[in-house]
Design a protein around this ligand. Structure first.
Ligand SMILES: Nc1ncnc2c1ncn2[C@@H]1O[C@H](COP(=O)(O)OP(=O)(O)OP(=O)(O)O)[C@@H](O)[C@H]1O
Length: 886
C-alpha cells in the first residue's frame, strides 16, 4: 500500500510493519496521508536519475506513480502555479535520517520542473549546498556529514514559474563544536580543508601545523581522519565554488586567515600570573603571535581580551583579571564568536548573491520554502540547545497537527458530517510552558539580566512558578540543589541539565572584546563585527537588508531564538505545507537493516503518530459502504443473501452490532477506534457458529469422498495383487511345461525321421532359450515387485483402519483434516502407477489376469498354444498321429 493512511486500521505497529516490508523491497518512500515518509536506504538505488525526473513532471496523478520525493516537489510546484499560493516543505528527522539529501532532491527537482538551470542564479541555487556543508557540516557519531545548523531556503518565483531569487535563513549553528569535540567526532569540515587541502605555501604563510598539533581539532575521530584523503580536492572545489558565487580573492584570503586564527587561538594555554590573574604560557606564545597576526591585532591587544574582562557599569569601566580557567573560557568564547561571525558573514554574502534583482523584485508572485531542521532530541544530558531544538519541534508539531486536523475536518465536511465537536491533541500549553510569557525561556531571560543571576536561582524559580502549570508538563528537580527539570514534550519526557544555562543564554563576550576586535587592521574582521553588531551570536543570519531592520536589543540567545522562531512560524503559516519525515532505519548507517524499535521511536518523535492520535480522536476508521458491507456482512446476512452495499445496509449492520456514536456519510462509514473491536466481537460470534456448521458439512463431504477413494484404491490394489499372482502362475505354468518336455522327446523319436526330427529339435532348442529368457524376466519382475507386495499389504491394513474411522464418525473435519485426506489420496494415486513395473503391465494381459484363478486350465491352454506354434506348419498332416501316440 503506497498510502498507509488508507489502512483500515491505522496503528503504530501497522505503520512500522508496512514500512519495514516496503523497505525490504527497496521501496523507501511511503505516504501517510499528506506526509511523505522517507527511509534512508544508505545506498544508491537509482532513484534520482533524469529518467525519474521526467517521470515526475507535469500533472502526474498521485496514484499513477510510486511515492517519491520528486512527486511531492512537483505537486507543490504545480499547486503553487495553479493557486499562486506560497508553498513550503517541512523536512524533519533525526541526525543522519536524510533531511539534507531530501532537501537537495527537492530543490533539484523544483529547478528541473521550473525549467531552470541556465542562469547564474539558478546554477548558484543548485550549488549552494556544498558551500554550506563546508562551513556548517561536521562528522558526528550519527552522520559523517552532519549539518550542524538548521536552514530554511526560500525560492521566489514570478507568475510564469521562473525563479527570481532565493533567501537563506539558518538556525542554531552548533558553535560549541569549534572548541569542544565529543569522542569520535570532528570539527567543522572547513578546518580540515584548510589544514590538509590548502597549498603548502598558503599554510606556512598562516603558520598552520598538522591536525594533530592544533588543540581544537586534535581529538578528531580516527575514522574521520582516515577519510580525509581528498582534502586537496575538497579545498579546491570550495575555492572554485566561492569564486563562482562572486567572492573575491581578498575576501576568501581574509576568511581563511580568521579560520586559521581560530586554530591558533585554540592552542593558547594559560598559566597563573603573579598578580592572581593568568598569562599566556611561554610554550604557546607563538600561537598568540600567529593568532594576533592573522586577526590583525597587536599581541598585547589579543592577550588583554584573553586574560581580562572589562565590564562597564554606569559609564565606569571595571577591569577584572581572569584566572587561567576563566582565560581559557574567554579564549573559547572568542573562538566561537569568530567562527559564528564567519558563518553569518558567509550566509549573508550568499543571500546577497541569491537575492532577487531589484529590477525584477516587483514580479515576485509566489514562493516555495524548504525547511531542513533538527528533529526532536532526547539525550542522556540535555542542555539549552536541546531545549531550543525541542521548542522548535513543539511549534512545528502544532503547525503539523493543525494542518492534519484541518484536513481531517475537511474530509468530514466532504461527507456531510459535522466535525464541530471534534478536537485534536493540542500542545499549545507545552509551548506556553517553554516559550510563553512567564515560561521557561522567559524566566531564563529574567535571571540572565540580573548580574547576580545563577543557574540555581533559575531552576528554583522554574520550580516555584511552573510546577502547577496548566500544561501539567513540568516536573521540577527533586532537590533544590539538583540543577534539573523535566518537560513532558509531545514526543516524550526530556530532563534538562541546567548547568551553564545562564552563561549560554547570555552568549556574551566581555565588554572589551568587540571594541578590541574592531581595532583590527583586518577590514574583513572589522566588517564581521560592524555589519552585524546587534547579533547576539550569529545564531540566525538574515540578508543584510533585513538585518538593518532588526531590533538592536536582542540581548540573549533565547530571545534571539524566539524571535527567529516566531518569524519562521509566521512564514510557514502563510504557506501550504508539505511534510517529509525522514527516518533512519538503523543506527549503524548500514544498508538493508531495519530496526523496528528505532523506527517506531522516530515516528513518535517526528509526530507521525500524532496523525494516528488525531485520527483516533476523531473517526479513526473510515470505510466505503461497499467495503464495510462486504466485510461485516456476516453480522447481518442470512446465509443465502448477498447484502446490498449501501448506507441502509451499513446502518442495519451497525445497529445489529449494537454500536453507538458512529457517523454515516454520503459514501463512507466513519467509526471510532473502539468500534472495530465491537464489530470484531460481533463477527466472531457469527463466525464461530458458521465455522462449526462448515466443519460438520466438510466432515460429511470429506468422509463420503474418502470412503469412495478408499474403495477405488482398494480395487486398484486388488488388481495389482492379482497381476502379481498371475505373474507367478505364468511362471509356474512354464515350469510345469518344462517337466513335460520329456514326453515330447519320446514322441519325436517315435514319429519322425532323422531330418525332420533334427529340424524340430532345433526349433525346440530355440524355444527353450526363449523360455529361459521368459522365466528369467518373470523372476526379475517378481523380485523387483516384492517391495510393492509389502506396500500393498501395508496400504490395505491402513485402509482398513481408515475406513473404520471414517465409518465410525470422526465428528467434524477441520481444513487440516481435509487437507490430510487429499494428501493420502494423492499419495495413493502416486504410489501405484509409479511402483508397478511397466514390464508387468505390458506382459500380463487382462486375459492372463482372468486366468489367475484357474491355474490348471491356464496351464493347458499354454501348452496347447505352445504345440500349436511349434507344429503349426504340419498341423493338418500329423494331427491324428500325434493324438494317437499321446
Ligand atoms: N535518499 C537517499 N539515498 C541514498 N542515501 C541516502 C539518502 N538519504 C540519505 N542518505 C545517506 O545518509 C547520509 C545522511 O543523510 P543526511 O546528511 O541527509 O542526513 P541528515 O538528516 O541531514 O542528518 P543531519 O541532521 O546530521 O545533517 C547521507 O550522507 C547519505 O549517505
Amino acid at each position: 500500500m503506497d498510502d498507509l493512511a488508507q489502512l483500515r486500521e491505522l496503528s503504530e505497529s501497522a505503520l512500522v510493519k508496512q514500512l519495514s516490508s516496503r523497505f525490504s523491497k527497496d521501496v523507501i518512500y511511503t505516504y501517510i496521508g499528506d506526509i511523505l515518509v522517507a527511509c534512508n536506504p544508505y545506498r544508491e538505488l537509482g532513484l534520482y536519475t533524469q529518467a525519474m525526473q521526467d517521470k515526475y513532471k507535469g500533472r502526474v496523478p498521485r496514484t499513477a506513480v510510486a511515492p517519491h520525493v520528486y512527486f511531492v516537489a512537483n505537486y507543490a510546484y504545480e499547486r503553487m502555479m495553479q493557486t499562486k499560493t506560497d508553498q513550503s516543505f517541512v523536512i524533519s528527522g533525526e541526525s543522519g535520517a536524510g533531511k539534507t539529501e531530501t532537501t537537495k532532491h527537492i530543490i533539484t527537482h523544483v529547478m528541473e520542473v521550473c525549467k531552470a538551470g541556465k542562469t547564474i542564479l539558478e546554477t548558484n541555487i543548485l550549488r549552494l549546498n556544498p558551500l554550506l556543508e563546508a562551513f556548517g557540516n561536521a562528522q558526528t557519531v550519527m552522520n559523517d556529514n552532519s549539518s550542524r545548523f538548521g536552514k530554511y531556503i526560500n525560492l521566489n518565483f514570478d507568475r510564469t514559474g521562473s525563479v527570481l531569487g532565493a533567501e537563506l535563513t539558518t538556525y542554531l549553528l552548533e558553535k560549541s563544536r569549534v572548541t569542544h569535540l565529543q569522542d569520535n567526532e570532528s570539527n567543522f569540515h572547513i578546518f580540515y580543508y584548510v589544514l590538509e587541502g590548502m597549498s603548502e605555501e598558503n599554510r606556512s604563510q598562516r603558520h598552520l601545523k598538522p591536525v594533530s598539533q592544533h588543540a581544537y581539532v586534535r581529538n578528531t575521530s580516527k575514522s574521520a581522519h582516515n577519510k580525509k584523503r581528498n582534502m586537496e580536492q575538497h579545498f579546491n572545489q570550495l575555492l572554485d565554488m566561492m569564486f563562482n558565487f562572486g567572492f573575491d580573492a581578498t575576501e576568501i584570503d581574509a576568511l581563511f586567515d580568521v579560520i586559521s586564527a581560530i586554530l591558533h587561538i585554540g592552542d593558547i594555554a594559560f598559566t597563573p600570573a603573579p598578580n592572581d590573574g593568568a598569562s599566556v604560557s611561554s610554550s604557546s606564545s607563538p600561537s598568540l603571535q600567529h593568532a594576533a597576526e592573522l586577526t590583525g591585532l597587536d599581541e598585547q591587544q589579543l592577550q588583554s581580551i584573553l586574560t581580562t574582562a572589562v565590564t562597564t557599569t554606569r559609564g565606569e569601566h571595571i577591569v577584572r583579571l581572569h584566572d587561567p580557567t576563566a582565560a581559557a573560557d574567554a579564549r573559547d568564547s572568542i573562538a566561537k564568536s569568530l567562527y559564528s561571525r564567519c558563518f553569518a558573514w558567509l550566509i549573508s554574502s550568499l543571500n546577497d548573491t541569491l537575492a532577487c534583482d531589484a529590477s525584477v523584485s516587483h514580479l515576485k508572485a509566489c514562493s516555495m520554502g524548504v525547511l531542513d531542521i533538527f528533529g526532536f532530541e532526547q539525550f542522556e544530558e540535555n542542555s539549552l540547545e536541546q531545549l531550543c531544538i525541542n521548542i522548535t519541534n513543539e511549534h512545528l508539531q502544532r503547525f503539523f497537527n493543525q494542518h492534519i486536523f484541518e484536513m481531517e475536518v475537511e474530509a468530514y465536511k466532504q461527507e456531510g458530517i459535522d466535525g464541530s465537536e471534534f478536537s485534536y491533541p493540542d500542545n499549545q500549553d507545552i509551548i506556553f510552558l517553554c516559550a510563553g510569557k512567564g515560561g521557561i525561556l522567559s524566566l531564563l531571560n529574567e535571571k540572565s539580566r540580573f548580574p547576580q543571576g545563577s543557574d540555581n536561582a533559575f531552576v528554583n524559580k522554574c520550580g516555584e512558578q511552573l510546577k502547577q502549570h496548566r500544561s501539567n508538563a513540568f516536573t521540577p528537580a527533586r532537590s533544590s540543589r539538583d540543577l534539573k527539570f523535566t518537560v513532558n514534550h509531545f514526543a516524550g519526557q526530556v530532563t534538562y541539565s541546567c548547568e551553564g544555562f545562564l552563561e549560554k543564554n547570555k552568549d556574551k563576550l566581555a565588554d572589551s572584546v568587540v571594541p578590541t576586535l574592531l581595532q583590527s587592521r583586518s577590514e574583513f574582521l572589522v566588517a564581521l563585527y560592524t555589519a552585524q553588531r546587534d547579533m547576539a551570536s550569529g545564531f540566525k543570519v538574515q540578508s543584510k537588508r533585513r538585518q538593518s531592520k532588526q531590533s538592536a536589543n536582542l540581548a540573549t540567545l533565547s530571545s534571539f531564538f524566539l524571535k527567529s522562531l516566531d518569524e519562521l512560524m509566521s512564514a510557514l503559516n502563510r504557506t501550504m505545507p508539505h511534510f517529509v519525515r525522514c527516518i533512519k532505519p538503523n543506527t549503524d548507517k548500514k544498508p538493508h537493516a531495519f530496526n523496528s524499535k528505532a523506527v517506531s521511536k522516530q515516528l513518535k518523535y517526528a509526530g507521525v503518530l500524532e496523525t494516528v492520535r488525531i485520527r483516533q480522536a476523531g473517526y479513526a476508521v473510515r470505510m466505503s459502504f461497499e467495503e464495510f458491507c462486504k466485510h461485516y456482512r456476516i453480522i447481518f446476512c442470512k446465509a443465502h443473501e448477498q447484502p446490498n452495499t449501501d448506507a441502509e445496509t451499513a446502518q442495519r449492520i451497525l445497529t445489529l452490532a449494537g454500536l453507538k456514536n458512529y457517523r454515516i456519510g454520503t459514501s463512507k462509514v466513519f467509526l471510532k477506534y473502539n468500534h472495530i473491536d465491537e464489530l470484531q466481537l460481533a463477527m466472531r460470534k457469527h463466525a464461530e457458529a458458521l465455522r462449526f456448521v462448515r466443519k460438520v458439512c466438510k466432515g460429511f463431504i470429506a468422509r463420503v469422498r474418502y470412503r469412495a477413494i478408499l474403495a477405488a484404491k482398494r480395487e486398484t490394489l486388488d488388481a495389482v495383487a492379482a497381476l502379481l499372482t498371475a505373474c507367478e502362475v505364468h511362471r509356474d505354468a512354464i515350469g510345469e511345461f518344462r517337466k513335460k518336455r520329456r514326453v515330447l522327446d519320446v514322441l519325436l523319436e517315435e514319429t519322425m525321421d532323422d531330418d525332420e526330427r533334427q529340424g524340430v529339435l532345433d526349433r525346440i532348442a530355440a524355444m527353450d532359450t526363449a523360455i529361459d529368457t521368459e522365466l528369467e524376466k518373470l523372476n526379475d519382475v517378481l523380485k523387483t515387485n516384492d517391495e510393492l507386495r509389502m506396500e500393498i499389504k501395508k496400504l490395505k491394513t491402513q485402509f482398513d483402519r481408515q475406513e473404520h474411522e471414517a465409518a465410525h464418525g470422526m465428528g467434524t473435519y477441520d481444513e487440516d483434516d481435509v487437507e490430510d485426506l487429499y494428501a493420502v489420496e494423492r499419495s495413493v494415486e502416486d504410489t501405484i502407477p509409479r511402483k508397478l513395473d511397466p514390464e508387468i503391465k505390458k506382459r500380463l494381459s487382462v486375459h492372463a489376469l482372468k486366468q489367475a484363478d484357474a491355474p490348471k486350465e491356464y496351464t493347458d491352454t499354454m501348452r496347447k498354444g505352445f504345440f500349436g506354434t511349434l507344429f503349426g506348419r504340419r498341423k493338418k498332416h500329423k494331427s491324428h498321429k500325434k493324438k494317437k501316440s499321446s
